[in-house]
Design a protein around this ligand. Structure first.
Ligand SMILES: Nc1ncnc2c1ncn2[C@@H]1O[C@H](COP(=O)(O)OP(=O)(O)OP(=O)(O)O)[C@@H](O)[C@H]1O
Length: 454
């Protein structure tokens, strides 16, 4: 008796045999179907650990099988065999819920890898609640429950996912959860902030470099792709990638191989790509600031993370969580939240979302005297309601600026002045200042560091 079972659907007997032989060597009992109706009959008979189907079948197509399995047997990974180069079909299959796609002619080593990854899913916890609490996605509002459900579904595929949402909503947390729930959970999760890497170092940071390939390259270095081998690479702030880097990234995704700077050879990679941005990538594509072909590759499945103000009922849970977290961290007794403070926290609109709520409570825990946090301890910033007034004009004298001979210094001065004004206006609340400036929290942190603003 074999340990696992598989359903193989293909109208070519030779291909079915080849797959059955490969899978039976992986301890799988194989059942075969030559068309959709045979497949449906076998699916009705018993459950399977894995299913692989051809795209074109005499009485239908593999997409129907994927859709049906996704709806009825959500736990069974289904892989789709597509003609070599038919990228559109592969994307369709992934969108429909396929675990992964494999090209014809079949590469047996790749098929084995794919099946091993699919079987790995049987070992991954199915409930997000079973994860370590530091990674818990808190909140039981309708929007959060729908989000958790979607995370669970996409985690059980290899499809690229684009995570969209305002700054501080928890996009990185969502990416981590997808990784932890996936067949790649035992391999690394590598988050990369695309907006914080200097332009001229980008290629080497992503793909690695060979010793001596440029001044300062004193030893061979692996890039992010190598570091994420077998696991997940999370491209945060992906909209910040310059166009030339977008072209290079697209090539790597298509070829599934990278070449280190200064190297003659390409090395194959097996990495799942998740990406995120608070910007509207589709709009950037229209404005020709983001490559459409890369967008299609990254945005196979989209997840929207809701704003905190759209799920007010989650605020009390988050408040308790952050107070407990920071009181423990600093070895202080857990303070309670006074009525006025609670009312103010429920009333505030959180432009910086969960991160801002976390910052407010982190500060309040240290400021509170006694065992209760009151409204003053919160130090909530006053936000302008009118977005037009949010644009800060830098306090630079234009006449003096014209005299400067160094463009970089001039621009840095403007930047420093705008950032300082935003920080002062928000009583040094970086989340609120970033919102005022229309940049992400991380971009602000990066710029403050660069400009020496403390
Ligand atoms: N639902 C949640 N439950 C618990 N903590 C959360 C939740 N959402 C966000 N957080 C916490 O809020 C902080 C910000 O989250 P995260 O970095 O994932 O946001 P982000 O959307 O990726 O931000 P950015 O766009 O600035 O990169 C983190 O400390 C994270 O743990």
């Amino acid at each position: 008796m074999k340990k696992y079972s598989a359903l193989i659907i293909d109208d070519e007997p030779d291909i079915r045999q080849l797959i059955a032989l490969t899978l039976s060597r992986m301890d799988m009992e194989c059942y075969q179907a030559a068309n959709v109706s045979e497949a449906l009959a076998l699916l009705a008979e018993r459950p399977y650990h894995f299913c692989v189907t051809d795209m074109k079948l005499p009485d239908g197509n593999g997409l129907e099988i994927i859709q049906l399995c996704h709806a009825r047997y959500a736990d069974m990974p289904v892989a789709m065999i597509t003609a070599y180069g038919s990228m559109d079909m592969a994307v369709e299959a992934l969108k429909a819920g396929a675990f992964d796609v494999v090209a014809k002619p079949l590469d047996i080593a790749r098929l084995r890898e794919l099946v091993a990854a699919a079987l790995q899913l049987t070992r991954v916890p199915v409930h997000l609640e079973s994860l370590p609490s530091s990674d818990a996605l808190l909140g039981r509002s309708g929007a959060m429950m729908a989000l958790k459900d979607k995370i669970q579904k996409v985690a059980r595929t290899q499809a690229p996912v684009f995570i969209h949402g305002e700054s501080g909503t928890g996009k990185e947390l969502v990416a981590r959860l997808i990784h932890h729930q996936s067949s790649r959970a035992d391999d690394p999760f590598i988050p990369v902030n695309c907006g914080a890497i200097p332009k001229d170092l980008m290629e080497s940071e992503f793909f690695g470099h060979k010793r001596g390939s440029f001044t300062g390259a004193s030893a061979d270095k692996d890039g992010f792709f190598k570091a994420a081998e077998g696991g997940t690479l999370f491209l945060d702030e992906v909209a910040e990638l310059p166009l030339d880097m977008q072209a290079k990234l697209l090539r790597v995704i298509q070829e599934k191989a990278t070449r280190a700077v200064g190297s003659e050879h390409e090395s194959p990679i097996d990495v799942r790509i998740l990406s995120a941005s608070h910007k509207d990538l589709a709009k950037m594509v229209e404005e020709e600031r983001f490559r459409q072909d890369l967008f299609f590759r990254l945005d196979v499945i989209q997840i929207a993370v809701p704003r905190l103000r759209e799920r007010q009922e989650d605020i009390p849970t988050l408040i308790n969580h952050f107070i407990r977290k920071y009181s423990r961290e600093w070895g202080m007794p857990e303070a309670s939240v006074g009525r006025d403070a609670m009312a103010a926290l429920m009333d505030y609109n959180y432009p910086g979302n969960v991160r801002e709520l976390e910052n407010i409570l982190q500060r309040a825990v240290t400021m509170a005297e006694g065992d209760e946090i009151n409204q003053l301890d919160l130090n909530l910033p006053v936000h302008d309601k009118d977005p037009a007034t949010r644009l800060l004009m830098p306090a630079i004298d234009p006449a003096a600026a014209i005299e400067t001979s160094n463009l970089e210094d001039y621009l840095e001065n403007i930047e420093r002045s705008a950032i300082t004004q935003a920080l002062e206006a928000t009583r040094w609340n970086k989340t609120a200042a970033a919102e005022k400036l229309g940049i992400s929290f991380r971009a602000l942190r990066y710029r403050c560091k660069k400009l020496d603003i403390d």
